[in-house]
Write a protein of this length. Structure first.
Length: 116
């Protein structure tokens, strides 16, 4: 395991970025204003330009073109992000995440209170 003070590699950058994106989606409004929708679209469309892993950025750009982000509501955005992350999981040979548990994972925590 690399020491925590090392610059991020593709894996740790990815984990941090997914954490940011899923958590931001979890707290996005259910009825976003036009301005909030525009900001979310700007954030997601900036990633293929700026994400500091060029092959990841190119791959995400292709996915966004094929299946554009759905920013109409919190539920729609969380579902789009979960599906997009699952596409990356499949590409990398990782397990598929059950998207019905996305709020439990990123917002509410498990019912047994173990994360409280
Ligand atoms: P991660 O995939 O980082 O997931 C973190 C946690 O999110 C998991 O532990 C799980 O609890 C949860 N989770 C998993 N799937 C979902 C889901 N579908 N919805 C909600 N929550 C979920 N790496 C490459 O090698 N090549 C690439 O092209 C590449 N492209 C990437 C593109 C983007 C936009 C990002 C953010 C990352 C990319 N990565 C890429 C990194 C890769 O996706 C992983 O982040 C990295 O390999 C670490 O994987 P991990 O197993 O720790 O879990």
């Amino acid at each position: 395991k690399r020491p925590a003070y090392c610059p991020p590699d593709v894996e740790s950058l990815g984990r941090a970025t997914w954490t940011f994106l899923h958590t931001t989606a979890a707290y996005y409004p259910e009825s976003p204003t036009p301005t909030q929708r525009a900001h979310m679209l700007q954030l997601l469309h900036a990633l293929p330009q700026l994400y500091p892993c060029s092959h990841c950025a190119n791959d995400l750009g292709t996915r966004i073109q094929r299946q554009p982000p759905d920013v109409r509501s919190r539920t729609a955005l969380a579902a789009w992000l979960c599906a997009t992350h699952n596409e990356v999981n499949v590409m990398l040979g990782k397990p598929i995440f059950n998207c019905s548990r996305v709020d439990e994972r990123w917002k509410d925590g498990p019912q047994d209170g173990s994360c409280d």
